[in-house]
Write a protein that binds this ligand. Structure first.
Ligand SMILES: *[C@@H]1O[C@H](CO)[C@@H](O)[C@H](O)[C@H]1NC(C)=O
Ligand SMILES: *[C@@H]1O[C@H](CO)[C@@H](O)[C@H](O)[C@H]1NC(C)=O
Ligand SMILES: *[C@@H]1O[C@H](CO)[C@@H](O)[C@H](O)[C@H]1NC(C)=O
Ligand SMILES: *[C@@H]1O[C@H](CO)[C@@H](O)[C@H](O)[C@H]1NC(C)=O
Ligand SMILES: *[C@@H]1O[C@H](CO)[C@@H](O)[C@H](O)[C@H]1NC(C)=O
Ligand SMILES: *[C@@H]1O[C@H](CO)[C@@H](O)[C@H](O)[C@H]1NC(C)=O
Ligand SMILES: *[C@@H]1O[C@H](CO)[C@@H](O)[C@H](O)[C@H]1NC(C)=O
Ligand SMILES: *[C@@H]1O[C@H](CO)[C@@H](O)[C@H](O)[C@H]1NC(C)=O
Ligand SMILES: *[C@@H]1O[C@H](CO)[C@@H](O)[C@H](O)[C@H]1NC(C)=O
Length: 735
């Protein structure tokens, strides 16, 4: 017998363990629920625009009890008008003198969640704040009363406008905390009869070891807090915190690519946050990948829904890992103590037991190291092997005759994984449960029954972003956030007047940013991160700086490298400077290097609409600003990217009639003889009132195989009829 065999024999003998499931000496900590985070930032952006019935089905998969993830907590960002990872979310108070509780999609999401599960807890947390909250400095703690009032307004808006009861409120995501602010927030909540709204803090990102003695040893702060929330604890907390009598929560965790290794990460931390760290609630960043692919942290949600134009979505396995706990527990149940229902398994992995005094739920996970790595922190080495485990059931559970059994096994050996599959019921004989468990499994044994996993209805196939695309912003209500236009910094909202409807960027001063490096100004993107050569048209209305108009606006193609790292944002940026009647072109968002610039023939007057177009074709980029044509060799990055709009500073900018054309295959076959007749084009009825009337006569090609042949005509006849001609005009011009 060689040493290897000896070693494995030794392991087999030693790992088979006996464990007690008992409440004889009492129970452990209260279970506070598993949740998902919408925000930090703009992670649910695309979901709200989904068609039915897919949108309802996705919401069911997230929130409906005993259906999909069946989340017990929904945590949302309190928008602060600034980039907070995958975009910006709008504040309810862009300025000190206004309040609006109809912006963005978090209100909608919270209502949809409550509709499906009235017991779901709601939680709000700010990442960024409008500049005025901090007197235009970089911290919200300059005047703690002002900051507390701002947050309490959001809680009141939820109640008064949406009939939503907020359960938890945080302080400042992953940034410094200030005990005086916590006390002030508690006091302002109480003054507003919001005693029931509990404060969770600090939502800190620093890794183990952490020092929360400022919370646990200061009696007033301790009393003002409901729970200590930490991010990415790696299932550990320092000893002095772990023993605190405050509830301990992993208030943001996971953040891992949602394949089966991500699902393994999620399974491991859901159990081990309690086993190793005494943490009783875990929140996944993020709830759902509903932001464009090409933005930071792709597929870091419990599932994916990035295709509102088709309704396509993917139910990833973290949904079913969540189900292993949430289908069989309720907030308010208790974990069993370490050593009498919860602990590590001798052969690797962990088990937790939860009870309401009568029902019993046992969750076992045996995730191997390499198949459960989370994005952070580093996971120390360990091994998991197949093992036999024996549970002796005592105390209140002594007489339980049988348990329902559900199993997940992720496989990496070309056999198909088993995901949340109901097994035969387990009959308990002699108060003993014997199980043979293998690595990379999750088992739930429970007195609570859950129906079989829902089968997917036919999910529409994914398709690229639909082209040609046009948006005239007419079909929205006032204050809506335009669909598909993913604001990256600042806040775009619909403005409706008696004659027109358009999108306005409404952030007029630098927010208290969450991103470490200051962002240059406002921006929003739309489309597809792989787009190369596309012609786009858009109308811009510039407002005077005297009424908070932005001074320098851009239209961009091929925008990539988004998120907080705006220094890496590249693309083709066409800038307009109305104050000097000039334009410039840069390949970066900070406009550090100007590749072309010049004077315009006519001023860009305030408060009137101006037509802009921009395109690339081969090695040439071309632009039109009213009657001026610009053309230059393109020498920038070959990376694809989004269409973008924005400004180099904070201030109002108005946008309308955005059109993104297909690159017609016809390009290669444009005839060499060019007729010179101007085609009659139908103007959109919502066209800007002051379209420039003079424009050079375009050269037009007539051709078979119109690029407009594939235009979606439904609902947009007025534009679709002109797409082919317009695209051809443009192509011909650029030619
Ligand atoms: C702080 O903000 C409150 C509420 O907006 C205001 O009443 C108070 O005057 C401010 N304090 C200072 C020192 O500016
Ligand atoms: C507000 O919500 C509660 C449940 O939280 C419900 O009982 C009540 O009817 C709702 N009120 C209105 C006006 O919808
Ligand atoms: C508790 O914290 C508050 C706010 O920082 C502070 O004013 C107070 O002095 C502290 N109390 C003690 C006993 O340290
Ligand atoms: C915290 O966890 C340890 C095991 O890591 C356990 O012994 C202890 O009882 C727990 N304390 C509380 C208060 O839950
Ligand atoms: C727990 O057990 C009680 C009594 O057996 C039962 O009525 C109740 O529905 C159970 N709870 C859950 C969540 O299944
Ligand atoms: C577990 O028990 C079964 C049945 O007694 C046995 O065949 C198997 O070898 C055991 N596995 C381990 C890892 O001990
Ligand atoms: C899985 O199948 C692929 C192709 O059939 C093969 O290349 C690979 O080696 C297999 N992997 C394992 C672990 O069996
Ligand atoms: C789009 O831009 C092209 C080129 O500037 C222009 O000829 C055309 O009229 C524009 N289309 C609309 C609908 O404004
Ligand atoms: C025009 O606006 C730009 C951008 O804000 C600014 O840098 C420049 O100083 C302004 N020029 C004049 C002449 O006002």
């Amino acid at each position: 017998m060689n040493t290897c065999t000896l070693l494995s024999l030794y392991l087999i003998v030693s790992v088979n363990g006996q464990y007690q499931i008992s409440d004889i000496t009492g129970v452990g900590r209260q279970f506070d629920g598993i949740g998902g985070l919408s925000g930090g930032g703009a992670t649910s952006k695309l979901l709200v625009s989904y068609p039915e019935p897919q949108r309802s089905h996705i919401l069911d998969l997230l929130f409906k009890p005993q259906y999909g993830a069946a989340l017990q907590i929904l945590k949302v960002e309190i928008g602060g008008d600034a980039q907070t990872t995958d975009g910006s979310e709008s504040s309810h108070m862009h300025t000190e003198n206004e309040e609006n509780y109809n912006r963005g999609y978090e209100w909608w999401l919270m209502k949809e969640a409550k509709m499906r599960n009235p017991n779901i807890a709601l939680w709000g947390l700010p990442w960024a704040f409008p500049g005025w909250v901090g007197d235009y400095g970089s911290t919200p703690y300059k005047n703690i009363t002002k900051a507390a009032n701002y947050i309490v307004n959001w809680v009141k808006g939820a109640r008064d406008v949406h009939n939503l009861t907020i359960d938890f409120i945080g302080i400042w995501n992953e940034r410094t905390w200030d005990n005086s602010y916590i006390l002030e927030l508690r006091s302002v909540l109480n003054q507003n009869q919001l005693q029931s709204v509990k404060i969770v803090a600090p939502d800190s990102i620093e890794f183990y070891p952490l020092d929360y003695t400022g919370f646990t040893q200061n009696a007033s702060v301790f009393n003002a807090l409901h729970a200590i929330g930490v991010h990415y604890p790696g299932t550990q907390l320092p000893e002095n915190t772990r023993m605190s009598s405050l509830p301990l929560w992993s208030s943001e965790d996971y953040s891992t690519f949602n394949d089966d290794v991500g699902a393994g990460c999620w399974a491991r931390i859901l159990n081990q946050n309690y086993v190793n760290g005494n943490m009783t609630s875990t929140i996944a960043w993020n709830l759902i990948t509903s932001y464009y692919s090409g933005l930071p942290y792709p597929r870091n949600g419990l599932m994916d829904a990035m295709q509102p134009w088709t309704g396509s979505y993917v139910v990833q396995d973290p949904i079913w890992v969540t189900a292993h706990t949430t289908h069989f527990t309720n907030v308010g149940w208790h974990y069993l103590k370490h050593g009498s229902g919860s602990g590590l398994l001798r052969g690797g992995g962990s088990y937790v037991s939860l009870t309401d005094g009568q029902n019993l739920t046992i969750i076992i996970e045996t995730m191997s190291h390499d198949h459960s790595i989370c994005v952070r922190p580093k996971l120390p080495a360990y091994i998991v092997i197949a093992q036999n485990i024996t549970f002796t059931v005592l105390g209140s559970f002594y007489g339980i005759p049988k348990l329902y059994v559900y199993k997940t096994q992720f496989r990496y050996d070309n056999q198909s994984s088993q995901v949340f599959e109901k097994q035969d019921d387990y009959t308990i004989i002699d108060h003993t449960i014997n199980l043979q468990v293998e690595p990379d499994c999750v088992y739930t044994l429970s007195t609570v029954y859950s129906p079989d996993r829902v089968q997917e209805n036919s999910i529409p196939a994914p398709q690229p972003f639909p082209l040609p695309y046009s948006e005239n912003f007419d079909t929205y209500d006032m204050d809506n956030e335009p669909k598909y236009l993913a604001q990256q910094n600042g806040a775009w909202e619909i403005v409706k007047t008696s004659t027109e409807s358009f999108a306005r960027q409404k952030t007029i001063s630098r927010p208290i940013e969450w991103c470490p490096a200051p962002l240059p100004g406002t921006s929003a993107v739309i489309g597809d991160s792989s787009w190369q050569a596309l012609p786009i048209n858009v109308s811009i209305k510039v407002r005077s700086p005297a009424v908070n108009g932005a001074r320098k606006l851009f239209v961009a193609l091929k925008m990539s490298g988004l998120g907080c790292q705006a220094h890496f944002t590249s693309g083709i940026f066409l800038w307009l400077m109305p104050n000097t009647t000039t334009y410039s072109i840069s390949y970066d968002l900070y406009s550090l290097t100007t590749v072309k610039s010049g004077q315009l023939s006519a001023p860009i007057s305030f408060d009137t609409w101006h037509s802009i177009s921009l395109s690339t074709m081969g090695n040439t980029m071309s632009a039109q600003i009213n009657a001026d044509y610009i053309s230059a060799p393109f020498t920038g990055s070959t990376m694809g990217g989004f269409v973008g709009i924005g400004s180099s500073d904070y201030g109002y900018s108005d946008w309308d009639d955005l059109m993104i054309y297909e690159v017609p295959e016809i390009v290669s076959s444009i005839p060499t003889t060019k007729p010179t007749t101007l085609p009659t084009t139908t103007q959109s009825t919502t066209s800007p009132p002051t379209q420039p009337t003079t424009s050079p006569t375009p050269t037009v090609t007539q051709s078979t195989g119109s690029p407009g042949a594939s235009c979606p005509t439904a609902g947009r006849p007025k534009l679709s009829t002109t797409f082919a001609i317009l695209a051809l005009i443009l192509i011909a011009k650029l030619w």
